[in-house]
Design a protein around this ligand. Structure first.
Ligand SMILES: Nc1ncnc2c1ncn2[C@@H]1O[C@H](COP(=O)(O)OP(=O)(O)O)[C@@H](O)[C@H]1O
Ligand SMILES: [Mg+2]
Length: 258
């Protein structure tokens, strides 16, 4: 088991009042599994990711990652959010090397590892460029190289492609699936795009509106070596989409009415 989420609750205290963000979440994620989280805005998806990453404490319950309860910053996950961590004043190569520096990888190994990662995401030859010189899609790929550089076995991705246009998103999905098929990391992927969740994941978890609870879990019957461009035309995709949308739509409507 990679991640075990056991009876987790999370309450925030805002202006003296306690507000429940997540309630009794139980979920087991196997090593090498690709799981997507979907749910209405504000249902606690990012909160849960932050708790797996050890950035936020749980209020009740426990999260176990690779056999150890998460307490404090979890060094064994790679974390990528929509607001990527690419620094404009560093070159592409320096950006990719950054997490390696934090993990104490010696300088001589860093450059080679960074080059290999850039090659893997299709950015060979761009190591000396600055982020401002790249397109939006290329910057996303720098962030992906940064995420993968240290070789974490678990990737937490919180709406990483949310700001990209539809075509670019497909390219990034293709890239991510290629990397995952080769390396088989455990991936937890948050998205507000149900089609993206089904395109990528082996399992899609639907959360209810606040306080977030797991409402439904759907296995996606597409092959693991699927092609993101074609997946959406397959009957398995349509079946998963219909069932998931039935679970998700009322939660979104409830949120809109509130
Ligand atoms: N630091 C915070 N303090 C108080 N409330 C917060 C904080 N962060 C998030 N929340 C609240 O917790 C709920 C879940 O937020 P979040 O995890 O960001 O949801 P999601 O990622 O699903 O959109 C929301 O109601 C949000 O307003
Ligand atoms: Mg969020």
């Amino acid at each position: 088991m990679s991640i075990s989420i056991q009876a987790v609750r999370k309450a925030y205290v805002a202006r003296g009042a306690e507000r429940l963000a997540l309630d009794r979440v139980d979920l087991e994620i196997a090593a090498g599994e690709f799981v997507a989280f979907v749910g209405p805005s504000g249902c606690g998806k990012s909160t849960l990711m932050n708790m797996i990453a050890g950035i936020l404490p749980v209020t009740e319950g426990v999260i176990v990652h690779e056999g150890r309860p998460v307490r404090g910053i979890n060094q064994h996950v790679g974390y990528m959010t929509q607001a990527d961590a690419v620094l404009p004043w560093r070159t592409v190569r320096q950006n990719v090397e950054l997490p390696l520096r934090f993990h104490g990888v010696p300088r001589r190994d860093r450059a080679a590892r960074a080059e290999a990662m850039l090659d893997q995401v299709g950015l060979a030859g761009f190591g000396g460029s600055f982020p401002a010189e790249l397109s939006g899609g290329m910057r996303k790929r720098v962030a992906l190289a940064q995420l993968l550089a240290y070789g974490p076995e678990t990737l937490l991705m919180d709406e990483p492609f949310g700001a990209l246009d539809a075509q670019l998103k497909l390219l990034m999905q293709e890239q991510l699936l290629r990397i995952w098929t080769a390396r088989r990391q455990t991936v937890v992927f948050v998205t507000h795009d149900l089609a993206e969740a089904i395109t990528l994941a082996q399992r899609v978890v639907v959360f209810s509106g606040r306080p977030g609870r797991i409402k439904q879990i759907e296995d996606v019957a597409l092959p693991t070596d699927r092609d993101p461009f074609r997946a959406r035309f397959l009957p398995e995709f349509e079946r998963a989409y219909t069932r998931l949308w039935e679970a998700l739509a009322p939660e979104i409507r409830r949120g809109e009415a509130a």
